[in-house]
Design a protein around this ligand. Sequence first.
Ligand SMILES: C[S@@+](CC[C@H](N)C(=O)[O-])C[C@H]1O[C@@H](n2cnc3c(N)ncnc32)[C@H](O)[C@@H]1O
Length: 240
Amino acid sequence: MEFSHNEYGEQFADVYDEWYEDLDDIDSVVRFVVNLADSQPVLELGVGTGRLAVPLSQHLPVSGVDNSPSMVARLLARPNVDPRLTVSVGHMVRDMPRGPFAVVLIAYNTLFNLLSADEQRVCLAEAERRLLVGGHVIIDAFVPDDSLGDTPNESTQTKRGNQLVESRAWVDTTKQLMGGSFVDELGNDRSWQVRYASPTEIDEMAHAAGLVLESRFSSYAHDPFTEASSRHISVYGRAF
Ligand SMILES: C[S@@+](CC[C@H](N)C(=O)[O-])C[C@H]1O[C@@H](n2cnc3c(N)ncnc32)[C@H](O)[C@@H]1O
């Protein structure tokens, strides 16, 4: 199944903030990024509705890019969007803002929205090229585990915001692709697709892009990353 490049954002923009409002403690994310950026500009790839970029821009200059006009419209409609936040509609790799930046943030599985290893690798290389001296790339993603291949392709009911939605997922472990759909109470069907990668594979891609792992946590509150962690927040710096 072909998944067009801005389909995710266009389908989820209207429910994104409601469905994912509890995803993170936003203050922890802001502290984590601000601490690394040291008052210098930050770039968020796949900035979405500004869940992170808007609060971050209260502290430092932030640029964001997203290929979904509907996501960006939601961001711009937020109250009190700080003038230090600059947003463009475009592809996060091909139209990546020039910078330079102290931090390039790729949050909440957004690297996996690029549906091939090549595209993910190029993304990291382009991010590396935009770093200020001493800058960092932050990747926040789920850890795929061995049980992924056993994902049953059957519908389950899940709570999303105030709604009970029918959720279905599929996994192709040979291509490292997974996807699914959510059908809400009104019958709206929203689908998603990602190309997942393990932390080890991301480290290898980062290495090929001239980046080296500096630290890895299981949360923005600096909880330690262990073999049991289901999510990683990884910080990379320039290899040289
Ligand atoms: C999972 S959401 C994350 C949004 C935001 N970073 C957050 O943490 O709330 C992924 C975002 O990436 C955007 N996106 C997906 N593929 C993209 C691409 N190729 N170029 C630019 N943006 C993309 C989607 O429109 C969506 O807003």
